[in-house]
Design a protein around this ligand. Structure first.
Ligand SMILES: [Zn+2]
Length: 125
């Protein structure tokens, strides 16, 4: 098995440390939405339209379904960091996976090379 290099081990520890320092996390994204209502005479249907909003919409997917909630400015202020934490956690996990993949692929090459050397050592019949 290919041992992780000192550099790889240090990178893994740094990433794990960043992950352990994260607080609460929320999935999804926060967007500013401007909407049109159903009243055809409303200003949002005028030309040019004056849309309603902005509404702070938190959107996430759960079991393949998209779920949206409208937040107050206070909620947005409270939970924005949680959304950022989740983004950061996904990035850290992705970096950990890249690191692991590099080690596993190097191991794979080493195994193949060793297998090749074993075959050459075998006496010819
Ligand atoms: Zn309207």
């Amino acid at each position: 098995m290919a041992e992780p290099t000192g550099e790889e081990t240090a990178a893994q520890r740094a990433l794990a440390g960043r992950l352990s320092g994260l607080g609460f996390a929320l999935p999804g994204t926060l967007t500013r939405r401007y909407t049109r209502c159903g009243n055809r005479t409303c200003r949002c249907h005028h030309q040019p339209p004056q849309l309603h909003g902005p509404y702070l919409q938190w959107t996430r997917t759960e079991d393949g379904k998209t779920i949206s909630r409208i937040w107050t400015p206070g909620q947005a202020a409270r939970y924005q960091d949680w959304l950022a934490n989740a983004r950061q956690a996904r990035q850290i996990l992705s970096d950990l996976e890249k690191l692991g993949t590099a080690i596993a692929e190097r191991d794979q090459r080493d195994q193949r090379r060793q297998a090749g050397q074993q075959q050459r050592k075998r006496p010819a019949r």
